[in-house]
Design a protein around this ligand. Structure first.
Ligand code: MG
Length: 351
């Protein structure tokens, strides 16, 4: 049996807004909303981040800026100063890497690290987490929250529970119980639509994780296909996905940043096709055998996601790569309403 893992998740608290508070101490104690220009309620675009004072008025990240303005027009509305946040982010994750080695960066303010070897025990893991929190605060005067668990999902949920400015460890023996009373939507991949299908099947509303566990595995697969099997595991605190640091995977790839963030599917797929073609050329030139493709997508708020699929190691051409990767790209477009800033394509080379 594989050894139990210890995963650490770190997430800066209301990052953009907290950086703004730090730079402008007179904003402290006031609701701060970082995002699009509200234009007195007529603005388009969304809230990127807001502080906890703003949340008291019902303002949330991802909400239309016009709605946030209506909820509390007196709030401090600030534009997104991404280049500055990026600099702060680099400094923060340098500190994190010093403590845990390579990380998987999910966005400017969030990362995972596999600290199984480094920590060896949950107690030691929590010490590492606490040390990171202290060092980040000392250097950057910013608070963050750390979650520790047996896999990425549990570490993230632990982190969410401990927010803000906290730390939480959920040992592997506690996972099942820790999440049982939570809403079923706590499980990544389960949204309102999936919940409704589950509720209909069970004839019960406001589904909790423990309720959803009553659905048999076969039924979940019946209802949701391959994702159903994944839900079955995740509802039980099981998440096998590994922490993918940049060093772990040997890839060859290319990225493209759009001049303006876009959701135009034609523009995006055309650009993407160009990337696939150019990477394929390189693969051909260097006669690399490949065993998988990775699609990278960075949204307008700099959140970056990757999706990948694997296949038997071999020599493939651009048509094959495109056929394998374009469905992954399209899922990014259908699963989020955010505009896209960057797309990337990589092949995983066989070692
Ligand atoms: Mg955060």
């Amino acid at each position: 049996m594989k050894k139990k893992r210890i995963i650490l998740h770190i997430d800066m608290d209301y990052f953009f807004a907290q950086v703004e508070e730090r730079e402008n101490p007179h904003f402290r104690g006031k609701p701060v909303v970082v995002g699009a220009d509200p234009k007195e309620g007529k603005g388009r675009g969304v809230v990127s981040t807001c502080n906890y004072e703003a949340r008291k008025y019902g303002i949330r990240s991802g909400m239309p800026i016009s709605r946030a303005y209506k909820l509390f027009p007196e709030a401090v509305f600030l534009p997104v100063n991404m280049h500055f946040y990026e600099k702060v982010s680099v400094s923060i994750f340098d500190i994190v890497r010093k403590n845990v080695g390579e990380v998987e960066l999910v966005s400017l303010d969030e990362a995972y690290a596999d600290i199984t070897k480094k920590a060896g025990s949950y107690k030691k893991a929590e010490e590492i987490g606490e040390r990171i929190r202290k060092m980040v605060f000392r250097k950057e005067k910013l608070t963050c929250t750390v979650g520790i668990g047996e896999n990425k999902m549990m570490a993230k949920i632990a982190c969410e529970e401990a927010k803000p400015n906290g730390i939480k460890t959920v040992k592997s023996t506690e996972s099942l119980k820790f999440i049982e009373k939570m809403k079923v939507e706590k499980i990544p991949g389960i949204g309102p639509k999936t919940r409704e299908v589950m509720e209909k099947h069970l004839g019960k509303k406001n589904l909790k994780i423990k309720d959803a566990r009553k659905i048999k595995k076969e039924k979940l697969v019946d209802l949701f296909g391959k994702r159903g099997g994944d839900f079955y595991n995740k509802l039980r605190g099981v998440d096998k996905s590994s922490v993918e640091t940049e060093r772990d995977v040997k890839t060859v790839g290319k990225e493209h940043t759009f001049q303006e963030d876009t959701r135009d599917p034609q523009k995006i797929t055309k650009t993407f096709k160009g990337l696939v073609f150019s990477v394929s050329k390189k693969v051909e030139r260097e006669s690399l055998s490949t065993k998988g493709v990775v699609v990278v997508c960075r949204f307008e708020d700099f959140e970056t996601h990757t999706r990948q699929t694997s296949f038997p190691k071999g020599d493939y051409d651009s048509d094959f790569f495109y056929k394998k990767s374009v469905p992954l790209l399209l899922r990014f477009l259908t699963e989020s309403n955010k505009k896209i800033r960057l797309v990337g394509f990589r092949v995983i080379t066989g070692s």
